[in-house]
Design a protein around this ligand. Sequence first.
Ligand SMILES: [Fe+2]
Length: 333
Amino acid sequence: MKNPIDIAAEPSLFGRISLGHVVVQSRRLPDWQRFAHEGLGLQVDRVAGGLALRIDAHERRIVVEEGPAEDVTAIGWQLHDEHALPLLQRRLRTAGIDVGEAAPAEAAARGVERLWVFQGPKKLRFEFFTRPLLAGPPRLSASGFVTGALGLGHFAMTTREPEAALRFFQQVFDARLSDTIEDKLDGVTLELSFLRLNERHHTVALAATRGQRMNPLRTGIHHLNLQAASLDDVTTAYQRMRKLGFAISNAIGQHPNDREVSFYVASPSGFDVELGWNPIVVSDEAAWQPAHYQGISLWGHFPESLTLGSKLGRMGRGIASLTRKEYTVGAAA
Ligand SMILES: [Fe+2]
């Protein structure tokens, strides 16, 4: 990355790290098979203990393990050069975060050569690797997905400790703030921070409620985003998902900050998958200025499947979350 700040300062992970994989635990493997293959158009392979989903040359990008959590159970980070590995390990040690190497069988289950593990924000298991196992081109019912140096996509998580989570990503991963959005949802003001780790406009979005910090979600993340190569991929997947009967959380719309055109569909494990097209990339670091936006969508993204029951469930969980302290990670927090 040609950034004057990087050259002057200590080595940075910026531009050398991306979202590598996501691990889900579910009892609904047949639903996941339909959702990912027939709905999203991904290659789905049956593997020992579950399903491996492919969108590019990586053998495994999303792993769905048979298990009770119905949630994302691990987020994997890819380091794009061998020097980034000791750098991240040093960062984690400095921050007082324990890191261990996973057993070879676990690395194989993620489709990587070697795998290291630590506990991330909200006790979400964070994993990292440098060398993915690669296979031939995936068999997709879509023209393709945008990955490479930009990584698998992005994810958004709700947090009641947004300052600590932001510090973690900035101090340990060298994340940069792309922009912020505020929006009102059911009378509550949501504040979102969008963090980039490379040219992808954001790899992580942190969402928090203003004032009383609540977390209305059962799942560890709100959504996982995949970037389709064409607008047709998005519109045809949207139609397939509706036909298959998967609940569309938000119909097609566009975000004001990264300008991505996308829709959100509820995965069989409850968190959403966002399928999007054509988000901007931050290719000129020196010129980028973080902006603040009102409203999460420029147009569209209408909630198609919000029932009173799901709204009440979210409110109840939001209020219950006030009584629990949220885990924050390491000395950085
Ligand atoms: Fe998103």
